[in-house]
Design a protein around this ligand. Structure first.
Ligand code: ATP
Ligand code: MG
Length: 572
């Protein structure tokens, strides 16, 4: 492909709204262009990479025994109402009305559609196991669309849905998907970790995420991993087992005492003012759970885990209470809430507080805290784990190793759904004994566009993108320094012929630009191997072969150039 015949609008400057290096590079490299928030054009180079990622995923899905279909993007709202997700999906769901004023939904995922189809078509245990997948656009009205293709409102996903007669069957399907995912991501050049995750709104009973670990700001998820066994979980899910040496020592209970803490609201302010360490404080955070007030208590130096709290409360919506609600409930402004004398809210406390003595809490009175509070000074409705596990804690699985934290990008996930969807949508089969039962289902997603961008987040340098060779838009980038030179053009033609004959794809920079511009653009767009042809080299009968990842350049004889370039590509 000639540069002038395709469309690669490279830019000199970073886009103003880009925070992530991958977002900047894809925009500057002429791969993507934003239409509106979270909605992007995929330009020719991006299109080729998306195609390659999709094809790898497709091949591994096919190899696993799954079969490809295409389901509609446009769904009637009724099927979502039947499973109850019309409500739980809430504002993230894109909705519209048709000309008959019927509510329609743009697909964010396809459990409802595939299960409705199964309800109509599958009858017998003989028709399964069956795993149906598609690669298709999805719509989600994300609260914070950001990071380019990472969190879009329109994006491409591979989604698969398995149907089995029992849990054993589901486990087999699940394992097959996990294996296919490892293979697919590896072929895309990505190292991934399979991580235990929370089942969330999918409402199943087991779930895993596939994460690309990154050291850049691109890692939206925090993952905890044991340094001794294979326990790996995301922070939403990871269980916390505090170290024994961190448990507060038993103390003699002292008398409660009110302390004036003028305008001291934050943990830092209060600890400094009262000269108490944060682990001697108990934070009280007021939430509204489906409209009911809940006071969540955790140790001052810990982070609350809203997923664990929400799972415990089994509520649909969990939000921090508004300042007015807090005043009404506690009688004080935000920052001075506490459990002592608090009525009108369910009090949910983190386990860790059980072993605390003489701690500090808000007094439910402006500018006031209480010191030397003990457990007999208030009552707790529920004791649960509602805090984040942290690096350095003991592994909840092997109890020997310690947890280490790293950040990652979620590129795929697996859910054991069970019978939630088959029951609500009536996807039933008759078993060998003639009994009618709901199918046992799993669902499995890969973010195709997010995976493509995650590769850039994982592989780049200060000059630009460094594509893994399997998903680069082109295998070779040929850069003749002057397209006016007939000799250079002849060599390009000869090289291209030889490389294409071996099945490689080639981008040729036929622009009338200065060499510096061509090289900068070439570094930026990041094809794995570059072949540069200039008059000076040709005088000595050589051209330059450069591997992008290490920027190593070799001068090779013109007649051996194709062969040596292929060798360099193969060695990557
Ligand atoms: P997240 O926690 O990042 O919001 P999710 O749990 O909502 O992801 P799923 O509904 O399971 O994700 O979707 C399957 C895959 O689709 C994810 O693993 C991710 O790779 C991709 N994905 C999800 N949301 C987006 C989005 N807004 N933009 C791009 N890709 C996405
Ligand atoms: Mg999401």
């Amino acid at each position: 492909m000639f540069w002038t015949k395709t469309f690669i609008p490279t830019l000199r400057d970073d886009p103003a709204d880009a925070e992530l290096v991958s977002h900047k590079l894809l925009t500057r490299g002429g791969y993507i262009r934003k239409l509106t928030s979270g909605v992007y054009n995929y330009l020719p180079l991006m299109q080729r990479t998306i195609h390659k990622v999709s094809q790898i995923v497709r091949e591994e899905m096919d190899a696993s025994g799954a079969v490809e279909i295409t389901m509609p993007v446009l769904h009637p709202a009724e099927i979502w109402q039947k499973t109850g997700r019309y409500e739980t999906a809430g504002k993230e769901q894109m909705r519209l009305k048709d000309r008959h004023e019927r509510m329609m939904v743009l697909g964010a995922t396809h459990e409802e559609v595939v299960t409705t189809m199964a309800a109509g078509e599958l009858r017998s245990y003989r028709q399964v196991p069956l795993n149906l997948y598609q690669i298709q656009v999805k719509f989600r009205d994300e609260i914070r669309p950001r990071f380019g293709l990472m969190r879009g409102r329109e994006f491409i996903m591979k989604d698969a849905y398995s149907f089995d007669v029992d849990e054993e069957g589901l486990k087999v399907a699940y394992r097959k998907m996990a294996e296919a995912y490892f293979k697919a991501f590896k072929r895309c050049g990505l190292e991934v970790k399979m991580v235990e995750s929370d089942v969330g709104v999918m409402g199943g009973f087991a779930a895993h995420e596939f994460m690309v670990p990154v050291t850049t700001a691109g890692g939206e998820e925090v993952i905890l991993s044991c340094n001794s066994c294979d326990y790996t979980a995301n922070v939403e899910k990871a269980q916390s087992v505090p170290r024994m040496d961190e448990k507060p020592r038993e103390e003699e209970k002292k008398q409660m005492e009110m302390m004036i803490t003028p305008d001291m609201r934050s943990i830092e302010e209060v600890t400094e003012y009262l000269r108490k360490p944060a682990e001697k404080l108990v934070k009280t955070i007021i939430y509204m759970a489906d409209g009911e007030p809940v006071a969540a208590l955790i140790r001052g130096d810990r982070e609350i885990n809203e997923v664990k709290l929400k799972n415990h409360l089994r509520c649909l919506e969990l939000e921090m209470a508004e300042p007015e609600t807090i005043i009404k409930l506690t009688g004080a402004n935000v920052g001075f809430s506490g459990p002592v004398g608090l009525t009108g809210a369910r009090i949910v406390a983190d386990h860790e507080i059980r072993s605390m003595f003489n701690f500090v809490v808000g007094a439910n009175k402006d500018d006031t805290h209480i010191i030397n509070v003990n457990l007999d000074n208030f009552s707790v409705d529920d004791w649960v784990e509602i805090r984040n596990a942290e690096a350095g804690e003991i592994c909840p699985r092997c109890a020997k190793g310690y947890l280490e934290a790293f950040s990652g990008i979620e590129v795929g996930n697996l859910f054991m759904l069970g019978t939630k969807y088959s029951e609500s949508l009536g996807a039933l089969f008759t078993d060998e004994k003639g009994e009618e039962k709901p199918f046992v289902m799993g669902s499995y997603g890969i973010g195709i566009t997010r995976t493509a961008q995650a590769a850039v987040e994982a592989y780049h340098d200060e000059k630009g993108i460094v594509w893994p060779k399997t998903i680069a838009p082109y295998d070779f980038h040929i850069v003749p320094l002057s397209w006016n030179s007939e000799k250079q053009r002849d060599i390009v033609e000869d090289l291209t012929g030889k490389l294409e004959a071996e099945g490689f794809s080639i981008l040729i920079d036929d622009r009338d630009e200065r060499p510096g511009v061509k090289f900068n653009d070439s570094d930026l767009i990041g094809m794995p191997v570059r072949i540069a042809i200039g008059d000076r080299g040709l005088k000595e009968g050589v051209i330059e072969v450069l591997t992008r990842h290490d920027m190593k350049m070799e001068k090779v004889p013109v007649e051996k150039a194709a062969e040596m370039a292929i060798e360099a590509w193969k060695a990557l």
